[in-house]
Design a protein around this ligand. Structure first.
Ligand code: SAH
Length: 230
């Protein structure tokens, strides 16, 4: 899978995408992440990519020309399954969306800045708008990083123990059960007896009961929604 991220702050994303799981995915040839500096596409001689909004509103707006030039350069090279804009008013990012995106070949993620981007880009070029939550960030980079991380770790082979991605919270519409490691007792705090019993069937039952109980208590909406297991 290939992800192209368009940003005015490439350094912010380069650090993030060259660490840990994302670095490993790229080294293994399972993912390609390309970061594009929007300023490389502006025709403005001072490399500006923003201008004042029509209507006298406060703040600055990212202009059509550099965004269009960058997206057009990418789409003339290959087909993109989605051209995503990160936006607080987009669809809230969740695990089913991450699952769907992880099956794409190529996606573009455009990071907004300032007051946002000229609305015509959203109307004419963007195919999907994603928010990472009901709060406002300064720019789309943190959202792009969150989406990239959540999507790439789902690609088979990226995480060493594949079972580990499948048993994560949300993956089956339920939160994960509590987990423990050695020692079995620390400062008098004990690991649940059942986990030390070696009885696999009982341990599975315990895990499922815990998952359901935690989901009911912490994310009841997951139990009532049609969770889409892609
Ligand atoms: N004026 C805009 C907010 C601009 S914030 C509004 O009221 O909707 C600047 C940029 O940060 C946005 O264009 C977007 O790309 C990014 N951003 C901010 N909050 C975000 C969120 N919750 N999810 C995804 N992207 C976000």
């Amino acid at each position: 899978m290939r992800i192209d991220i368009i940003t005015v702050l490439p350094e912010m994303l380069e650090g993030f995408t060259n660490q840990s799981i994302l670095l490993r995915a790229q080294k293994k040839g399972l993912a390609e992440i390309h970061i594009h500096n929007l300023r490389d596409y502006t025709l403005d001689k001072h490399r500006r990519v923003d201008d004042y909004p029509y209507g006298g509103f406060a703040g600055m707006v990212m202009q059509c020309q550099p965004i269009d030039a960058c997206i057009t350069a990418l789409t003339s090279e290959r087909h993109y399954d989605e051209i995503i804009f990160t936006s607080p008013d987009g669809d809230i990012f969740d695990q089913p969306t991450a699952n769907t995106l992880s099956m794409c070949q190529n996606i573009i993620i455009l990071c907004g800045h300032y007051k946002g981007i000229d609305y015509r880009i959203r109307e004419h070029l963007i195919t999907k708008e994603i928010s990472i939550g009901d709060y406002v960030l300064t720019g789309g980079e943190i959202a792009a990083a969150a989406i990239t991380d959540a999507v790439i770790r789902l690609i088979p082979g990226v995480i060493g123990d594949e079972q580990s991605a499948l048993s994560d919270s949300f993956q089956d519409g339920l939160l994960a059960a509590p987990i423990y490691t050695r020692p079995a007792e620390y400062k008098g705090w004990k690991v649940p007896e059942i986990l030390l019993s070696g009885n696999e069937a009982k341990i599975k039952d315990w895990e499922m009961t815990q998952s359901i109980e935690r989901t009911k208590r912490l994310r009841p909406h997951l139990l009532n929604s049609d969770f889409d297991n892609e």
